[in-house]
Design a protein around this ligand. Sequence first.
Ligand code: 5GP
Length: 193
Amino acid sequence: MQLLEEKIAQCGMILPGDVLKVDSFLNHQIDISLYQAMGQEFARRFAGRPINKILTIEASGIGLACITAQYFHNAPVVFAKKNKSSNVGSDFYTAQVASYTHGVTYDILVSKSYLAPGDHVLIIDDFLANGKAVQGLKAILEFAGATLEGVGIAVEKGFQPGGQDLRRAGIPLESLAIVEHMDADTGEIVFRH
Ligand code: 5GP
């Protein structure tokens, strides 16, 4: 998606550890027009699929999932929590996710009230790196007996294995920008087309 690539090229910063910082429009301050364009693009790419729910993971996925939901007939958005807060109840699906950016492993959880076997779910997240977050969400859908209709990602780092693993498993994956290569020394970012 050209608009997103241009924004990454213009504002993205490459941090040590192959982390792409896009805080000025995606992860901290949010460019709503860009999110709307991304939501519309996901709707175009997943058109025809019987998606009735969107699943993401806190925190960065929530905003994008909510705006995207507006282009899927206001499908409810469910987000996996990373901590067992007191109001989540005791009946939940859980999976382990090793965090790419924080270097810790979370037990993510989703209340059993919000996922059911009849659900057809689109997973949305901001980044795809090693694929741990998406694999954790996928495991939760399997526990719930829900159908995974696809995975929509804003930025895939194509030089890390998450995207390849999902494609090999036959999961419909749509990444709006795929970074093929990035160089922290020169600041160069190359996209896959
Ligand atoms: P994965 O689970 O695929 O290894 O990593 C994806 C998760 O880690 C995303 O939910 C995202 O929050 C975070 N993440 C991974 N790589 C990056 C990155 O380069 N930049 C940012 N901002 N977040 C990332």
